[in-house]
Each structure stands twice: as C-alpha cells, then as structure tokens.
Ligand binder design. Structure first.
Ligand code: SF4
Length: 456
C-alpha cells in the first residue's frame, strides 16, 4: 500500500525522530532494531514524502526504496552488528559505541578513488577542501550548506559528508575560493556543484554560488552542473516549495547567459518518477531551459532489474529528461550489501537499453568511478580464444587515456576494477606502472597520475 497523501511541507525524520512517523509502528521489531543500531554507522534521514509516496509498506522488507533509505542489519558483517547492538541497546556506553563506530567507518573506505589524496586542489599553496579537481576540464564544488540531502541513501559514496568525520569532509563556506581557482585555471570548462545535495539550499544561497560563475572573467566556464536527488526525494523543490519559482528563475538566468545548465538528477528506481509531483518537477526544470540528465548506480536489492531501468528511462524521456549514466556501486560503505558483479551489471544494462526504443545511444554504462578515471564496461568478448571484459576510459586523470580501450580477463564474480586481472597474459593494465609520480591503490598496484594534486 502506498499512501496517496502528498505533503507539501518538507518533514524530515532521523534516528531520533523516526518513531514519530506513523509508518514506524508498521515495522517489525527486528527491522526497527536494525535501524537503531546500523544508523550509528551509516547516516539515516528520510522524509514524509518518501514514507508516504515511495515505499510500499505492504511488502516493506523487499521494497526498493525502503532498502535504499533505511539501514538494514545485513549492511554490517554479523560480528560487527552484534557488537554494536550490544553497545547501543544494552551497555549504552557512549564512549565505547563511538570507538566501535569509528573503527567500522574507517574500514569502510570512506574516501575511495583518491578523493582526499589526489583530488583536492591547491591555490597559492593552500589546499581548497571545498573543491575537487580530478579531470582537467571539470571542478567539483561542495558548498558547506549543501552537506545534507532530503533523504539519505544507504549506499551513498559521500556518506562521510553527513557524519561526524570532519577531517573527511569536503566543504566550502563561500564561493570566493572557487572563483579564484577558476580564474587561475582557464583549462576548466565545467563546474559541478555537488554535496550532499545543493538543492537543500535556499534558491538565494544557490544563486550566490552560481551567479559569480556568469561573470565575463569566467567566460571559459561553459557548463554548470548541479548534482541532486531532490528530483526523487523531494520533487516539491521545483513545484511547491516557497522559493521553487525563484529557483527556476535562476535556472533561466543561467540558460539566458549562454552557458549550459544541467541538473544531474539522481534516480534509483522507476517508482521515483511515477508520482504526478515528480513528473511536474521534470517538466518545470526542462521548461526553464536547463537540461535534466538522469543518472544513478546499479545496486542489488534496489534496481538490479532491467525492467526498472527501462521504465525509469522511458518515463524520463517522455517527460523531456535525458537518460545518462548507469554507475557501478562504488567500493565504499556497505558495498558488500549492494554490489552487483560487472558481468551481471552489463547484462542488465543491455537488456534495459534493448527494452527502450529510441534511447538514441545516449546512455552510458555500467561505469566505475575509479582512481584513474571513469571506466565503462563496453562488453564481454572472446578474443584469440580468451573470454574478456572490454573496458574503456570515459574520463581519465590523463586526457590521453580518454576513449582508450583495454581488456581484462573475464571473471563472472568481479565487482570492481581492483578484482580484475589484465587479459592476454599481460602483467599490468596499460595505465599501471611503477612511475614515481604514481600513487598506491588498495590492491597494491601503482597508478601513474598525470596531474598529481596531492595534499602535503
Ligand atoms: S542523495 Fe546522493 S549524496 Fe545524498 S545520500 Fe543519496 S547518494 Fe548520497
């Protein structure tokens, strides 16, 4: 049963308040317990719209949006769960709980793919913690007011942004540093404003981030992107929020400036586009002159089914959105709970594409956001008698690698690039070497970095 009531005022819930939601009483005791225990490690936040409109409480245990937003006991190994359960529910020892939580989070690879060691740029010798510069043409900006979301995804690769791991956070309190950095880097053409979710900010605060980018001195910035999941978790942001019209007027101003504006809409399941308010949000964004590009990771328990992607992409397309990336779940957080083998991910991607006529080849996937760059799984082939994954850099730290294909031995269980071995008897992939400028990655290999932007 999905409730038909649509709240128009945003109402969030956290571990401390979720028991106030009427749906909490419908949950079995063991599911309630898991939320109370695991949410000490993984950030938990949901809202009334998600509870009322996106979760089917008649089959809640298998519901994709429940799995996506509510912590589950299987997100921790059994031993860790039992240890934490004992501390949280029985010993009630805050110091011991905090220590256990720190240990668990530290082993969860809080910043995969060199986010801290290689992506934080410097200006005049100062590390700019609110920016990431991994690919030459693109800078990511993390406004401090955007370090939350309308609800949190349990698979989130940005989870340290929402917990008390301040040393791990990327955030900028103002856009001055961004502007100064961009002035000094004419090679940058794209700015991605991200978080958390920048659309938790009022339109006026978002305007303070965006409008300086329209200045003539930053004419080299051609494209502004905003990463957001509000299109799914709180589409009222574009429809009924008190400043939703102001937000759309801001989009119009950017479009009128001649720069391209893309809302990178994070969608995880077809149900997120079935409601009228979610569909209205898409129409309003597109009518403002912004593009709405759809993207999301392929995750077990949530969307590991071609029919879900096919419905999501075709509904989005009919409304004017552009289906974009299907990502492979990253190697962070509760990855064991959500990961899908690359071979299966590729099969799901192909089947979904084949089910959506006229997809116009615009979708990309499945792709891994790795230390060296974004690697797409192009296909599974047999070459010279060897079964292989055909892989390709869609983006790379080294521009010369973009578009370059390479091959890995087929492994039906592999879920990430670190689990793959080069094909044809080679000892290393072409981008791996003992280059002195390289950086060790978790599997012990060394990846050369063309533009090392290391912290001191
Ligand atoms: S909306 Fe994005 S940033 Fe926020 S919790 Fe989900 S995946 Fe993470």
């Amino acid at each position: 049963m999905i409730s038909q009531t649509t709240p128009s005022k945003f109402k969030p819930y956290t571990r401390q308040t979720i028991f106030l939601a009427r749906q909490w009483q419908w949950l079995r005791a063991d599911l309630q317990e898991a939320v109370q225990v695991v949410s000490h490690v993984l950030p938990f936040r949901t809202n009334q719209y998600v509870l009322d409109q996106l979760i089917d409480w008649d089959k809640v245990e298998d519901d994709p949006i429940y799995r996506l937003t509510f912590p589950h006991r299987d997100m921790l190994p059994a031993e860790e769960y039992e240890q934490l359960r004992e501390l949280v529910l029985f010993k009630r020892n805050d110091a011991a709980t905090a220590a256990a939580v720190r240990r668990i989070r530290a082993r969860m690879n809080p910043h995969p793919a060199g986010q801290v060691t290689h992506n934080v740029p410097r200006l005049d010798g100062v590390a700019l913690r609110g920016l990431q510069h991994k690919y030459a043409q693109t800078v990511q900006f993390f406004p401090s007011a955007a370090q939350a979301c309308h609800a949190h995804c349990t698979y989130c690769s940005r989870w340290p942004q929402f917990v008390t791991m301040d040393a791990m956070k990327f955030q900028a309190h103002a856009s001055n540093a961004l502007v100064a950095y961009l002035r000094a880097h004419p090679e940058v053409t794209d700015v991605l404003i991200t978080g958390g979710d920048p659309l938790v900010m009022p339109a006026s605060a978002l305007a303070e981030c965006i409008e300086p980018l329209l200045a003539p001195e930053l004419a080299h910035i051609r494209s502004i992107r905003i990463g957001t999941k509000s299109v799914a978790y709180w589409p009222h942001r574009f429809v009924t929020d008190p400043d939703s019209d102001d937000l759309l007027r801001l989009f119009e101003r950017v479009a009128a400036s001649g720069k391209s504006l893309a809302v990178m809409g994070h969608y995880s399941h077809a149900v997120e586009l079935r409601n009228e308010v979610a569909q209205q949000a898409v129409r309003r964004i597109v009518a403002s002159g912004a593009e709405l590009r759809m993207q999301g990771p392929l995750v077990r328990h949530v969307n590991d089914d071609p029919a879900t992607w096919a419905e999501l992409w075709s509904t989005g397309q009919e409304l004017g959105a552009i289906p974009g990336y299907m990502f492979v779940e990253r190697d962070t957080g509760p990855q064991d709970y959500f990961k899908v083998p690359l071979a299966r991910a590729h099969a799901i991607f192909l089947a979904a594409c084949q089910a959506v006529p006229g997809l116009a080849g615009g979708v990309n996937g499945p792709s891994m956001s790795t230390h060296a760059g974004r690697v797409g799984v192009d296909g599974i082939d047999t070459i010279d008698g060897e079964k292989v994954f055909a892989l390709r850099f869609l983006e790379a730290r080294n521009r010369d690698w973009v578009g370059r294909r390479f091959f890995a031995r087929f492994d039906p269980g592999a879920t990430w690039i670190d689990e793959l071995a080069p094909a044809f008897g080679e000892k290393a992939f072409f981008f791996e070497s003992g280059d002195a400028a390289g950086a060790a990655v978790p599997n012990g290999r060394v990846i050369p970095i063309a533009r090392a932007l290391e912290l001191a």
